[in-house]
Design a protein around this ligand. Structure first.
Ligand SMILES: Nc1ncnc2c1ncn2[C@@H]1O[C@H](COP(=O)(O)OP(=O)(O)OP(=O)(O)O)[C@@H](O)[C@H]1O
Ligand SMILES: [Mg+2]
Length: 365
């Protein structure tokens, strides 16, 4: 079912946690809410689920208004048919896996045969068939989280809310379950909102990402466009473009602008939204570590060719991550994803940047 959130504001006393938030999520979509700690992600989820009341605004799920502050309408959580999975596993340790998953169906007096069938199908879906009679306390973290997921899915919810469900798991298991979760969501076809503050997780899972800051959504886009075209320094920084330099536009060139950076270097880049800043405008330049190519130093410096020295490199398997100290003293982070050769500390290098991968952002954004 689709979800429509209109002008949603949520306050705790005087503190406003979510401010006039607008968001529409398509039927079957996997939307990721991404943002720093305290920006209002959990509060938004709790309000959609019915655990928090809106101070103003409206929430509609599948055409049915479930919250409308102006009319004092608030459909209680248990009448919304929305599944929720949170960071803590929240399963009952004294019950078996099957009993955990079937509990809500039992409460609703679903006939035994149907209950057994639905529990079995859901355990298959989350990859737990065979563990149904195991005590829930005798499971690994990843298995417990699957039980929590199954418990929500067995109710055939209209919407699934997942609030950092993988963050208690170790890195390897998290990567694995993440892929599985996406496959399960696709198969169940359930509209889902997933909260995280991990940009890699967001990029890996989302149909679209909504980035939140201080109670508002600052950018909403598909992962690739958001990654390649952040609309503000905040989003660029949040999505891992760690090289961020202030400067001013010095000239317009074909397909972009040349920027004189405050640190003395110059660079040609493209603007993310097509609107070109004018000559003299203050801008921020964002350069992803993996879009810089290092050459052994030779030749002359110029726009998009900066001379420097490798300060330190660290080998990460598929990538070598370098800190390069430029001639002007600035540190440039470089991720060499080809990793054909490793430059030891002290190697003089030229950092080369393709203008297409240099993003020029308005400082006002
Ligand atoms: N029960 C509460 N009472 C008062 N303030 C609260 C309450 N819950 C959350 N807040 C505040 O509302 C704001 C948003 O909190 P929220 O939990 O939604 O953030 P979040 O984006 O989920 O952060 P995190 O990534 O740390 O989980 C924060 O400033 C927080 O301190
Ligand atoms: Mg939270």
């Amino acid at each position: 079912m689709d979800i429509k959130i209109e002008d949603l504001t949520i306050a705790y006393g005087d503190a406003v946690a979510v401010k006039e938030l607008n968001l529409t999520i398509d039927d079957g979509e996997f939307l990721v809410l991404l943002g720093p700690s305290g920006c209002g992600k959990t509060t938004t989820m709790r309000c959609i689920g019915g655990l928090e009341q809106a101070a103003s605004g409206r929430i509609t799920v599948g055409g049915r208004v479930v919250a409308d502050a102006s009319r004092g309408l608030h459909v209680p959580a248990n009448k919304r048919n929305i599944g929720m999975v949170f960071q803590s596993y929240a399963i009952w340790p004294h019950m078996t896996v099957e009993q955990n998953v079937g509990y809500s169906l039992k409460i609703r007096r679903v006939p035994k045969d149907e209950l057994r069938r639905r529990v079995g199908e859901t355990l298959d879906l989350v990859g737990l068939s065979g563990l149904g009679s195991r005590g829930a306390s005798k499971l690994s973290g990843g298995q417990m989280q699957r039980v929590a997921l199954a418990r929500s899915l067995v109710m055939q919810p209209n919407v699934l809310l997942l609030d950092e469900p993988l963050s208690n798991l170790d890195a390897k298991l998290r990567d694995h379950l993440r892929l599985e979760l996406k496959a399960i969501q696709r198969e169940a076809g359930v509209t889902s909102i997933f909260v995280t503050h991990d940009q890699r997780e967001a990029l890996a899972l989302a149909d679209r990402i909504a980035i939140m800051r201080e109670g508002r959504i600052v950018q909403l886009d598909v992962p690739r466009s958001m990654y390649l075209g952040p609309s503000s320094p905040f989003v660029a920084d949040f999505l891992g473009a760690t090289n961020i330099f202030p400067g001013a536009v010095s000239a317009k060139v074909k397909d972009g602008v040349e920027v004189g950076l405050d640190n003395g270097s110059s660079v040609v880049g493209k603007t993310s939204e097509g609107k070109l800043p004018g000559v003299g405008d203050q801008v921020i330049v964002a350069i992803r570590p993996e879009s810089v190519v290092l050459e052994r130093a030779s030749g002359t410096p110029g726009p998009n060719r900066w001379l420097g020295t490798v300060q330190v490199g660290s080998f990460l398997g598929t990538t070598v991550l370098y800190r390069v100290q430029l001639e002007n003293g600035v540190i440039l982070e470089v991720a060499d994803t080809q990793a054909k050769e490793e430059f030891p500390a002290g190697t003089p290098v030229t950092a080369v940047m393709n203008p297409d991968s240099v993003v020029v952002l308005d400082t006002a954004a």
